[in-house]
Design a binder for this molecule. Sequence first.
Ligand SMILES: Nc1ncnc2c1ncn2[C@@H]1O[C@H](COP(=O)(O)OP(=O)(O)O)[C@@H](O)[C@H]1O
Ligand SMILES: [Mg+2]
Length: 154
Amino acid sequence: MKRAIVTRGEKETENLGRFWGEQLFPGAVLLLAGELGSGKTVFARGVGLGLGVGAPITSPTFTLLNVHRGRLPFYHFDLYRLAAEEELWELGVEEYLYGEGVCLVEWADRFPCFFDLPAARVSFRREGPAARRITFTSDDARYQEIIGALNPGS
Ligand SMILES: Nc1ncnc2c1ncn2[C@@H]1O[C@H](COP(=O)(O)OP(=O)(O)O)[C@@H](O)[C@H]1O
Ligand SMILES: [Mg+2]
């Protein structure tokens, strides 16, 4: 299943993320792809809001992982500076991916370990200064239900 939504402005992308945050279930995984500045962290901030995370959500570029407490634990990865996939195992990524929280991974498309994982894949593309095309795909019914409920004007 595949669905694309164009957002016009940061707030629309945040709201889209918030909707996901409200719908996500324990063990959910969101794999994000798209160039720098395409809106991945803005979307992640929305997911955090939807999960009821109180603390501000910024990019964990230098830490690889930020852990937040919300309705469910929220594990926000940013792999931009990750050189080797092995570092992910040192970080204990499996425990997060197969845990009870929600994992969101920026730059997941760079690392083969995510390729076959049941997940929702979200890709971001700039279509101008304030427009972003955000494409959702999943083979898994649990995510397809959420994708099907997305409101184009959200
Ligand atoms: N429609 C939009 N959705 C998301 N961000 C947008 C949009 N339009 C403009 N922006 C801007 O693009 C930038 C996206 O940054 P960020 O989310 O950190 O990107 P990434 O995490 O993909 O590197 C922000 O400066 C944001 O204000
Ligand atoms: Mg980012």
